[in-house]
Write a protein that binds this ligand. Structure first.
Ligand code: BGC
Length: 419
């Protein structure tokens, strides 16, 4: 064989090798596990579905209802154990790192490098999008939990303006109660109780206390007198919810404020999605403000999409989905509807309403001032086992099954056992 022939044969083999992956028949569909089932959430999800459809990628919906994603994570675990692995999954904070540690997640580093994600995703988010230097998740948004949502007409009638401190908040809640309006729309589910807890910890002890207790899990701080004040305040909030709060979904609590049956809801900014979906306008129909006394701080959570290691025949679709999620125009369109703010720092705030613009400005400021902390309630402060241990104590106390005086010790004990 001549040298030329050998070379030609070798080149043929190489080109075959290169051609092999793309020649493999690609599944043009993604099966996505998520918990976006409320009206506002579904509207936002549609933006993503349509975006993918435009690229020829079909959407197989695998919704698992339950705010905060607790149920979704339980179902996911069962599915993976049974070998029924979804293509992509909505996931929060420490759960992402847990699955990465188990080696279950696909590597997105190639596409991330090509697209320059390192430069546009804030470090606080990258802590959860990367594992051992590799990109393993695409962040779609940043939500935050220290928000209050209020019905403007109800507040006007009560002669109440947005409170600026804990005491002012209590005074406003008292006014609503005296007028026969449900002061606080709330759903008694562990993750919702914990969402209140994020803000109460922050307003009671400030950023250092939040970090020491919720993130560093410092034993002395968890059982401190200040933590007792936190539980006292949780018990106080409990006096403002209606008798039917137990088990109520968060979006039904939002609906109480939307309809004017309740004055306030303490909830992450996904609540805004419900107001918008109901045709309500910020400043006209509803008000959004930071939990009184926590302005400047942001307790955040970020929805990210992870791609599970499934066959090579699904890689194209996974990459396309990751690209779609990180597209700047999409991040604007999606988050306008969802109530969150873009995960990318290079997206303009132009299309956002007053609450969205405030959310973006607050995030930037908190990040610059060292006042941006991961939300305990939404899996960005501590691993799932610790979060769950905290949920148990907080909910037990909120339901009057644990004395305020004993709650800090119980919390410290539960965290120590789960660490
Ligand atoms: C998620 C939001 C979602 C909310 C209620 C949070 O954990 O980050 O995207 O809307 O739960 O379901």
């Amino acid at each position: 064989m001549t040298a030329r022939k050998v070379l030609v044969q070798m080149m043929g083999a190489v080109s075959l090798l290169i051609a092999a992956p793309s020649a493999m028949a690609q599944v043009k569909e993604v099966e996505v596990v998520h918990w976006w089932t409320s009206g506002g959430e579904a509207a936002a999800l549609n933006v993503l579905k349509q975006n993918l459809q435009k690229q020829g990628i079909g959407w197989k919906d695998a919704p698992i209802a339950g705010g905060g994603g607790t149920q979704a994570m339980t179902v996911l675990r069962a599915r993976v154990t049974a070998g029924n692995i979804p293509t992509a999954v909505q996931m929060l904070g420490f759960d992402i790192l847990d699955w990465a540690e188990q080696g279950s997640l696909g590597d997105l580093t190639d596409v991330a490098t090509k697209e320059g994600w390192d430069k546009v995703v804030p470090a606080a988010l990258q802590n959860f999008s990367k594992y051992k230097g590799k990109w393993i998740a695409a962040p779609v948004n940043v939500h935050s939990t220290n928000w209050v949502w209020a019905n403007k007409a109800v507040l006007d009638k009560l002669g109440v303006t947005p409170p600026k401190s804990w005491d002012e908040f209590v005074a406003a809640l008292d006014k609503a109660k005296a007028a026969g309006v449900v002061p606080l729309a709330h759903g008694g589910q562990p993750w919702q109780d914990a969402t209140l807890f994020d803000s109460v910890v922050l307003v009671t002890g400030g950023g250092d206390f939040y970090k020491k207790s919720m993130i560093d899990l410092d034993d002395a701080t968890l059982k401190s007198d200040k933590m007792k004040t936190v539980f006292e305040r949780m018990a106080k909030l409990r006096t403002y919810v209606d008798p039917n709060f137990s088990g109520r979904d968060w979006n039904l609590a939002s609906a109480m404020v939307i309809k004017g049956d309740a004055a306030f809801q303490i909830m992450g900014d996904w609540a805004k999605g419900e107001f918008i979906n109901a045709g309500k306008k910020p400043d006209t129909d509803f008000l959004c403000f930071r939990f009184p006394g926590t302005q400047g701080y942001v307790t955040f959570n970020s929805d990210q999409f992870v791609m599970f290691k499934v066959g090579d025949d699904r890689k194209d679709a996974q990459v396309k989905m990751a690209l779609a999620v990180m597209d700047p125009a999409f991040q604007s369109a999606f988050n306008v509807v969802k109530g969150s703010v873009p995960a990318r720092t290079d997206v303009s705030n132009e299309a956002f309403d007053a609450c969205g613009k405030k959310g973006m400005a607050d995030l930037k400021e908190a990040n610059a001032q060292g006042k941006l902390f991961g939300s305990m309630a939404h899996g960005h402060a501590a691993p799932a086992a610790v979060k769950q241990a905290m949920y148990d104590v907080i909910t037990k106390h909120f339901n009057g099954q644990l004395d305020t005086a004993k709650a800090p010790d119980e919390l410290a004990k539960a965290v120590a056992a789960a660490k």
